[in-house]
Design a protein around this ligand. Structure first.
Ligand code: UD1
Ligand code: CA
Length: 480
């Protein structure tokens, strides 16, 4: 490693602009791409480069932007009036120690890859440049500042669209707005003026200032100009989302994840997925979700900040939020696991079962139509169809415990707080309002009476109607 490679890196993220084309109450840089606010992508990239300090320059919607980045270990510089990129840079540069390289990023270009930035930095350091501009090439670079070079290919200056001559406008190489500079940048940027038609302080003027100071200026060209595609309106936001989605799914597939219909799934970059996981069409995975090797996520399931252990199967149309699913468990279709759900190994949750703050130990089965809230259930317990844990008394939520090896008959209600001992039985249709001891059978429902001959007496008074509508029954009534 050479001495230059050890220079610390500081990053300034420009994020004070208004973003009016987004037509939104949310500041532009907080619009999410693949679940992360755009400015968050810039901060993440900065971190991945090992930045010593990250300064985010805020202005429009400053409070909200700062709140969204609280806890990310960045500092903020307020730019109260947006007087141009040069001015924004100076606002941020005041916080820098002044002895490292300085990288400038924008808060609204989420697609810029860490690989590209590493390439830029490496070029800057290897060439011993004073300033390196990240550039791209497009058939039509309208809107961007153009890179003007001399006969030998050396970079001379950047000319903004508004000030460009027809020949300059024909230049296809454009300024991405991303630069890396040596530690003199803040001092030189202080000399930028606003003597231009827009009366803005252009950070691009720094390039000529470096040149007059005798610093070497270079351009580093992007392989894919889409990486610096800004998301200025909702259409571009959707384009950015699509590019990011494709990037994420392709990475996952490279790592051994099967994605049956990659264009239909949405996976946030915070999600971790192991080998041989199968994602069926329409799956949405968000937040801090972890899916261990070999699990299957069924079609149109939505999994947020949950952990799915190896070999578990989540069947179609299930919705999980802050849940954990044990090895080999089988969930859904149409299951809903709400926050605080912990399913042990080989648990079976069937259709239309809702759980919340519920721990179901190994081998518990709740196959159909149940609500299990604020409850722990011991291993191998069978929860019958239609079981409800009535955890709410209108004011408070109450906690219940069900033991291991219990059989809860269908359509039972456990009125919380309730304790049911190991190996107990609960008769179907019970409203359980007392605790059930270990090994007992609880029957908590009205005793059945059979009123012999009742049907014949009832229909007898309605013979006419039965005749017209129910031919089988009228035949039965005529028999003796
Ligand atoms: C800038 C460059 C242009 C380049 C283009 C790439 C200048 C003078 N021009 O143009 O050469 O091709 O980016 O996209 O730099 N910002 C602030 N405070 C300000 C002004 C801007 O924080 O006072 C932020 C914006 O929020 C945005 C970024 O800086 O994230 C770029 O600003 P923008 O107005 O979009 O620059 P352009 O005029 O497009
Ligand atoms: Ca712009």
């Amino acid at each position: 490693m050479t001495a230059t490679e050890q220079r610390p890196l500081d990053v300034i993220v420009l994020a004070a602009g208004a973003g009016t084309r987004m037509k939104s109450d949310l500041p532009k840089v907080l619009h999410p791409v693949a679940g992360r606010p755009m400015v968050g992508w810039a901060v993440k990239a900065a971190r991945s480069l090992g930045a010593r300090q990250v300064v985010v320059v805020t202005g429009h919607g400053a409070e909200r932007v700062e709140a969204a980045l609280a806890g990310e270990g960045v500092t903020f510089a307020r730019q109260d009036q947006q007087l141009g990129t040069g001015h924004a840079f100076l606002c941020g540069a005041q916080q820098l120690p002044g002895d490292g390289d300085v990288l400038v990023l924008y808060g609204d270009t989420p697609l810029l890859s860490e690989d590209t930035l590493r390439g830029l930095l490496q070029d800057h350091r290897a060439e011993g440049s004073a300033m390196t501009v990240l550039t791209g090439e497009l058939p039509d670079a309208t809107g961007y500042g153009r890179i003007i070079r001399d006969e030998t290919g050396g970079v001379l200056r950047i000319v903004e669209e508004k000030a460009a001559s027809p020949e300059e406008k024909a230049v296809r190489e454009f300024n991405s707005g991303v630069y890396v500079m040596d530690a003199r940048a803040p001092e030189l940027a202080a000399r930028i003026g606003n003597d231009n038609p827009a009366q803005e302080y252009y950070l691009t003027d720094l390039l000529e200032l470096y040149r007059t100071e005798g610093g070497a200026v270079r351009a580093f060209k992007l392989a894919d100009p889409d990486e610096v595609m800004g998301a200025n309106d909702r259409r571009q936001l959707a384009d950015a989302e699509a590019v990011m989605r494709r990037r994420i799914t392709q990475n996952l597939m490279r790592e051994g994840v099967t994605i049956q219909a990659p264009d239909t799934v949405r996976i946030e970059d915070t999600v971790q997925i192991g080998r041989d996981v199968v994602l069926e069409p329409g799956v949405i995975l968000t937040g801090e979700t972890v899916i261990e090797p070999g699990a299957v996520i069924g079609a149109y399931s939505v999994v947020g900040s949950s952990r799915i252990a190896s070999g578990a199967v989540i069947r179609a149309h299930s919705v999980l939020e802050q849940a954990s699913v044990g090895r080999g468990a089988d969930v859904g279709p149409f299951a809903r696991l709400r926050p605080g759900t912990m399913l042990g190994e080989s648990v079976h949750i069937g259709n239309f079962v809702e759980t919340k703050n519920a721990r179901l130990d190994q081998g518990v089965k709740a196959g159909h139509l149940a609500y299990l809230g604020d409850v722990t259930i011991g291993q191998e317990t069978n929860v019958g169809a239609g079981t409800i844990v009535a955890n709410f008394d209108g004011v408070n939520k109450h906690q219940s415990q069900v033991g291991a090896g219990v059989f809860i008959g269908s359509n039972s209600t456990l009125i919380a707080p309730r304790t049911v001992g190991d190996a107990a039985f609960i008769a179907a249709g019970s409203a359980v309002h007392q605790d059930v001891p270990e090994g007992a059978m609880a029957v908590a429902r009205g005793r059945q009476r059979n009123l012999e001959g009742w049907s014949r007496r009832y229909w007898g008074g309605l013979r006419e109607k039965v005749d017209v509508k129910l031919p089988w029954l009228s035949g039965w009534l005529r028999k003796d």
